[in-house]
Ligand binder design. Structure first.
Ligand code: NCD
Length: 303
């Protein structure tokens, strides 16, 4: 794809070559991220960061990245502190903000809202998560992490075996990651979820159309055997029609050191997009994994 001036709304926009190109750029950015080099390349540029839904990592990391390159960041968090709460349309908000900014990153609870916003924007828009649909930047950092973890043991992304665990229906990070991974060769997916929270049919169809192998499981212990990566997710409680229904799935899958030792390979890498739900009844990723060197969750956030 031609990156200059383009919106980034879905991983469907990327080819394998595009992904590899982004990862090469990411490698060259590492000295700036760890402060061994400094630059003001974005001096005078403004990123508008519009997060109309809860966010810690995505919002702060976009802002910090822009600051580290010398640019300025203007933030709106929550609908109630923007004119959307006064009935302003996404169209008008986009027209206005794109007059003030050079680029906009946006998160919104409604599927397709970021596309709608982008159509009205006069500057590039990056999707920081639109409802249960997509989360392209999370997928890029996850796949970049996978590439690094595999490289350190002499493997490539091709032939990867990955288990994806939890709320695969509403988890946008899973949707984007699965599709991005499917650009590589011979991926084996082990999808672990209750049937009601299975991955959406359109995502599954993409993986199947590209000739990958897919197995579905309902039991955590069986679904995490023989994989390079186990990617655990949080139940997206805020997307359920009501809290009572969400409560049914709380704590259904809990990965801890003993289950890991019994069912995973000795070097299976543990990933999670974070936040993990650390409330006592949830805990999909137990704190006793913190000492496990294969726990890559904070390497993911650094990436
Ligand atoms: C994810 C998200 O918001 O989709 N978080 C993130 O951006 N790292 C995952 C989640 O909220 O469970």
């Amino acid at each position: 794809m031609d990156f200059v001036g383009s919106h980034i709304l879905s991983v469907d926009q990327f080819s394998r070559t595009d992904v590899e190109r982004i990862f090469n750029v990411a490698d060259t950015m590492e000295p700036y991220a760890n402060r061994s080099r400094i630059t003001q390349i974005l001096d005078g540029a403004i990123l508008s960061s519009m997060f109309f839904e809860a966010s810690t990592r995505t919002r702060i990391s976009f802002g910090c990245a822009f600051n580290l390159l010398g640019g300025d960041v203007r933030e709106t968090t929550e609908v109630k502190s923007s004119s959307l709460s006064k009935g302003e349309s996404l169209y008008d908000t986009a027209r206005v903000l794109s007059g003030y900014s050079d680029i906009i990153v946006m998160r919104h609870p409604i599927v397709g809202s970021v596309d709608e916003f982008a159509r009205a924007s006069r500057v590039p828009v990056i999707n920081g998560g639109d409802g249960s649909n997509e989360h392209p930047s999370q997928a890029l950092l996850d796949l970049y992490t996978i590439q690094k973890e595999m490289k350190s043991r002499g493997q490539a992304i091709d032939q990867l075996r990955i288990a994806l665990v939890g709320d695969l229906k509403y988890g946008r990070a899973v949707h984007s990651l699965c599709k991005l991974l499917s650009l590589f060769d011979n991926i084996h997916y082990q999808l672990v979820s209750p049937p009601e929270l299975a991955i959406p049919g359109n995502v599954l169809a993409t993986l199947q159309a590209r000739g990958h192998t897919i197995e579905e499981f309902e039991a955590l212990e069986e679904g995490i055997n023989h994989v390079d990566i186990v990617y655990v997710t949080r139940t997206q409680e805020e997307r359920f029609p009501d809290q009572k229904e969400a409560d049914r799935y709380r704590g259904l899958f809990r990965l801890n050191q003993s289950i890991y030792t019994k069912n995973c390979e000795p070097n299976t890498v543990i990933m999670h997009p974070l936040p993990r739900d650390s409330r006592s009844k949830a805990q999909e990723l137990d704190d006793d994994l913190l000492e496990n060197p294969n726990l890559a969750v904070f390497r993911q956030t650094d990436n």
